[in-house]
Design a protein around this ligand. Sequence first.
Ligand code: XMP
Length: 324
Amino acid sequence: NWTMERFVDTEIDRIRKVVGPTGQVIGAVSGGVDSTVAAKLMHEAIGDRFHAILVDNGVMRLNECTTVHKTLTEGLGINLTVVDASEEFLGKLKGVEDPEQKRKIIGNTFIEVFQREAERVMRESGGAVDFLLQGTLYPDVIESISFKGPSATIKTHHNVGGLLENMKLKLIEPLRELFKDEVRILGTNLGIPEDLVWRHPFPGPGIAIRILGEVTPAQVTIARKADHIYIEEIKAAGLYRKISQAYAALLPVRAVGVMGDKRVHDQVIALRAVETTDYMTADWFDFDGKFLRKVAGRIVNEVDGVCRVVYDVTQKPPGTIEFQ
Ligand code: XMP
């Protein structure tokens, strides 16, 4: 019978056998639970022969890169390189408003940057890197086999086929038989902090698909600050684990407001929070008015450029979880 301890031991043995005594592995981490658990397991198995790479795409959450870097290196001992490619990503996103175009640009740029880094690691290791680590879960495996519907475009950042071919890497997926709840238990057993283990999912294209309209550095600043305040208040109210996913979106419209004694025309933040088990259907989270009043007050007071806050009360379907 299956236990988590046995899974860890068996998996570490298997990784060591597959990779061999001198083989090396690279893999991207995002700060999410799947990639972190996969990275920690790899680190337990082969230590610094596993090279983790975090690509800063300029559309991650506020302070995200610094926090993830700290947790993975100081906390978990993982051999991690952070690549700041934010200017490259934001440069390519300039003038782009179409959401699918944003997804494509971010997905393709990610592959380019990651491949450059992988080639660097390859050179420095004298060609010893043979494997690419992916934190694929069982539901992702099923989805990619059986479902080529609209969500086939969803996991653009998982689209590593070309990369594997160009660099002659083999895929290694230690979580491919696990469900999310099992990955969380595994993560906890491996000493990964609770905060990270229980993190809400975050889309690969990041806040670029939560900024409706053009993604500029100024818009990124606004969206990040508003989101940070919202999530901070959700955590302070003890609601983070009850909610499946929450974020602030920046709408591309201007509304009137009165700030001090002046009329201003500033932007609108939309708050989204949903409860769901499968992410295929979802209901909006029923906050009490007091909570929403506090968050709205903080956002208009603390975030320059925002004069209004609205709450999204659309179920999925027909609404999706993301705004784009
Ligand atoms: P929707 O908006 O389709 O979202 O209801 C369902 C789940 O998928 C996530 N999502 C994405 N994840 N790349 C990702 O990695 C994407 O382009 C993307 N679009 C949506 C979304 O955050 C939610 O968890």
